[in-house]
Design a binder for this molecule. Structure first.
Ligand SMILES: NC(=O)c1ccc[n+]([C@@H]2O[C@H](COP(=O)([O-])OP(=O)(O)OC[C@H]3O[C@@H](n4cnc5c(N)ncnc54)[C@H](O)[C@@H]3O)[C@@H](O)[C@H]2O)c1
Length: 339
């Protein structure tokens, strides 16, 4: 069988930590054939580690060499590169967030539909075993009533790369980290259309000098994005979502909380627990996990490759990633101004 030839665009943190090792482990299905980074030295170094034959500092150079690309650049370039790749007849696997704005996401979807090519977005939380268990249990939850998301970090502002640059990333804690939980929560409740989105955005803590930060020192004077966001979202089916995310907040400790209370039952995702009633009793269940793939990286990469090879449906539809970006746009639009 012919392998999918993939080209990496952006050879930084996430390409090296997640996608390259995942594709390497799936080498019966995929060949990492090309790599591009505007920092050519970095591209060459990574190419030598993974024995990647084609190396460039311009993504257009690698298009004719591959069947698909994996986009791992700062957020600002996601839409431009994805559309160029799709229009060249390539499948696209793009890091999250899908793009800077919902409008850019729509243009990406239009290009993928026109070219009939796969467009996948790397919201990898969906592939965690707890998330998969929660999805399978939604029939026991019934109609969702209240969704609670708390993706909170006490003091973990990413001090490397361009994460605090508004122009290149589009925002901070919400578009960078909260987006994962927003995607997961929306998917679990079946992506109902949002009818009302209100929020508040803050960056007071990260604008103060002499910050304590677990992820290294950063310049508070050039910090341009949100470090803490709260929102309330209502949906057409009556479900509501209480949402909060932070890189920096005065809280006791970090938290990754997603729970759903429905008409029939409820669940918590991290750790996975199911809350039901049975024969007049309250019944709370926890699963003993079976051995298997515990990390989301491989199933996520396999799903993209198999979709490109025409063997599977994408788990994560680009229209669902568009909804995440649309809600993020609305929170940023009505969340107030930053200091
Ligand atoms: N899924 C996750 O949990 C997760 C985690 C971290 C980062 N990300 C996403 O991955 C993307 C990259 O983040 P990172 O942490 O790897 O950043 P990074 O700064 O470590 O790497 C980005 C790389 O892209 C290169 N680059 C910039 N513009 C380019 C262009 N036009 N063409 C080619 N290369 C270009 C840079 O030189 C750099 O090497 C971002 O969109 C980020 O949101 C996702």
């Amino acid at each position: 069988m012919k392998k999918l030839r993939i080209g990496m665009i952006g050879a930084g943190g996430i390409a090296q930590a997640r996608h390259l090792p995942a594709f390497q482990k799936l080498n019966d299905l995929v060949e990492i054939h090309a790599i591009c980074d505007v920092n050519l030295d970095r591209a060459k170094e990574v190419a030598s580690t993974y024995q990647i034959p084609v190396v460039s500092n311009d993504y257009l150079d690698i298009f004719s060499e591959v069947d698909a690309v994996c986009i791992c650049t700062p957020n600002k370039f996601h839409a431009e590169i994805a559309i160029a790749a799709l229009e060249s007849g390539l499948h696209v696997f793009c890091e999250k967030p899908m793009a800077l704005t919902a409008k850019e996401c729509e243009a990406m979807i239009n290009a993928s539909k026109k070219q009939e090519k796969v467009l996948a977005i790397a919201y990898h939380y969906r592939f965690k075993r707890e998330a998969q268990a929660a999805k399978k249990s939604m029939s026991e939850v019934g109609t969702p009533l209240v969704v609670r998301v708390r993706a909170l970090r006490q003091r973990k502002v990413p001090s490397w790369g361009v994460f605090t640059n508004k122009e290149l990333q589009g925002g901070g804690s919400l578009i960078d980290w909260g987006c994962h939980f927003l995607d997961l929560a929306l998917w679990l409740i079946g992506n109902p259309t949002e009818t009302d989105v209100t929020g508040s955005i803050y960056n007071k803590l990260s604008k103060m000098p002499n910050q304590v930060n677990e992820w290294g020192a950063f310049n508070h004077e050039t910090f341009e994005v949100d470090d803490h966001v709260s929102a309330f979202i209502k949906f057409e089916n009556g479900t509501s979502m209480l949402f909060e995310t932070s890189w920096a907040a005065n809280i006791k400790k970090d938290e990754e909380h997603l729970s759903i209370s429905g008409v029939e039952g409820g669940l918590n995702v991290f750790p996975f627990e199911l809350y039901t009633t049975k024969d007049g009793m309250l019944l709370n269940s926890v699963p003993p996990w079976l051995p298997g793939e515990e990390q989301p990286d491989i199933p996520q990469a396999r799903n993209f490759i198999e979709a490109c090879l025409g063997r599977s449906e994408l788990v994560l539809k680009p229209e669902e990633a568009l909804q995440v970006s649309r809600i993020i746009d609305k929170i940023y639009e009505n969340g107030g101004s930053l200091s």
